[in-house]
Design a binder for this molecule. Structure first.
Ligand code: ZN
Length: 299
C-alpha cells in the first residue's frame, strides 16, 4: 500500500452563483474616483459624477436639453453626406455613415437648433461624438454655417458646443474647406456685432480646434476636457520632449491664456445665460469701436 496515495475526491462543481438582482448596465464605474455610480444619478446630474465631478461625455441631444429652457426647433435635419470621394479605408465610408445613423439616430455629427437659452433666442450647434468621432465633414460644415446665417438674419447669438476629433478624413479636402466656410460666416456674425460663444468639451481636437472652436468672443471649456490640435503622442514624437503634466487639458489651457473660463457642466447654462445677457443687454459695446476712440489717444 502506497504511503502517499491520496484518494482523490471528485472536484466539486462550483456553487451556482446567485443570479444578480441588479440588471446589467445599471451602474457605471467612474474613471475619476473609481466609484460605482447609479445610472439614474448620473443622468440626473447631466452625466457629471456626483462624487468627484468627473464629466462623462454628453450626447448632442442631451446637451440641447441641458442648455435650452424648453422645446427647440431643429434645422437641416435631413442633410446627408453623399460620399463624394467614394472613400474606403478599413471599411467603406458609406458603411460608417450607416452605422453612425443607426447608433445615434442623427444623419450627421451635429444638431443645429434654435430656442430660448435663459430667455434669449439663441442658435445652438451641438456636436455628436458618437457619429464618426464628431468629425466635421461637408454636412457638419454646411449645417453650422447655415445656423450662423440664420442667426445673422434673425439677429440671434450663437453658441457652438464642440465635441470632435477634427475634420473628417473620408471627405478629404472638402472637409477642410468647412473650416474656412464656418470662419467666414463667423466673421460676418462678428461684423454684425452678434456674440458667438464657443463651448469646448472633451475632446475638441484637429480642424475644429484649428478653426471655429477657438474663435468665440468667449471660449469656455468643461473641466479636464482634452483640447488640442495634434494628439500628445504625435507632439512628443515630433519635438522629442516630454510634455508637461496636464498638457492639452482645459485647466492648462486656461492657465496659458488659451481659454476664458473653465465651467462645470452643472453651471454651464447659468453661465451662458449670464454672459449672453451681458453681451446683449448692456448698451455699451464690449469691443472698442474705432470711430469712437478719443482723439488724444492718437498722439
Ligand atoms: Zn467620480
Amino acid at each position: 500500500m502506497a504511503w502517499f496515495k491520496k484518494t482523490r475526491k471528485p472536484m466539486a462543481a462550483p456553487a451556482k452563483e446567485k443570479p444578480s438582482r441588479v440588471p446589467e448596465g445599471l451602474w457605471v464605474k467612474c474613471p475619476g474616483c473609481a466609484q460605482a455610480i447609479y445610472n439614474k444619478d448620473l443622468a440626473a446630474s447631466f452625466n457629471v459624477c456626483p462624487k468627484c465631478g468627473h464629466h462623462f461625455r454628453l450626447s448632442a441631444t442631451e446637451r440641447l436639453r441641458l442648455l435650452f429652457d424648453d422645446a427647440w426647433t431643429e434645422y437641416d435635419k435631413d442633410l446627408v453626406s453623399t460620399d463624394p470621394l467614394v472613400f474606403t479605408d478599413t471599411k467603406p465610408y458609406k458603411a460608417r455613415l450607416k452605422a453612425g445613423i443607426e447608433t445615434t439616430g442623427l444623419k450627421d455629427a451635429v444638431i443645429v437648433a434654435s430656442g430660448a437659452l435663459d430667455g434669449i433666442e439663441t442658435i445652438v450647434a451641438s456636436m455628436e461624438y458618437g457619429f464618426i468621432g464628431g468629425s466635421m465633414g461637408v454636412v457638419v460644415g454646411e449645417k453650422i454655417a447655415r445656423g450662423i446665417e440664420r442667426a445673422l438674419d434673425a439677429r440671434m447669438p450663437v453658441v457652438i458646443v464642440c465635441c470632435s476629433g477634427g475634420a473628417r478624413m473620408m471627405e478629404g479636402a472638402l472637409s477642410l474647406m468647412q473650416m474656412a466656410k464656418i470662419c467666414g460666416a463667423l466673421a460676418r456674425l462678428d461684423r454684425a456685432r452678434l456674440p458667438f460663444i464657443s463651448v469646448l468639451t472633451d475632446p475638441t481636437t484637429g480642424g475644429v480646434t484649428a478653426s471655429f472652436a477657438m474663435l468665440g468672443d468667449l471660449n469656455i471649456a468643461e473641466p479636464k476636457a482634452l483640447i488640442g490640435f495634434a494628439g500628445p503622442r504625435v507632439i512628443e514624437q515630433t519635438i522629442r520632449q516630454t510634455l508637461p503634466e496636464g498638457f492639452q487639458r482645459s485647466e492648462f489651457l486656461l492657465a496659458h491664456g488659451m481659454l476664458d473660463l473653465v465651467v462645470d457642466r452643472r453651471e454651464m447654462k447659468a453661465t451662458l445665460g449670464r454672459l449672453l445677457h451681458l453681451f446683449l443687454d448692456d448698451a455699451a459695446p464690449l469691443r472698442p469701436v474705432p470711430e469712437a476712440a478719443p482723439a488724444a489717444s492718437a498722439v
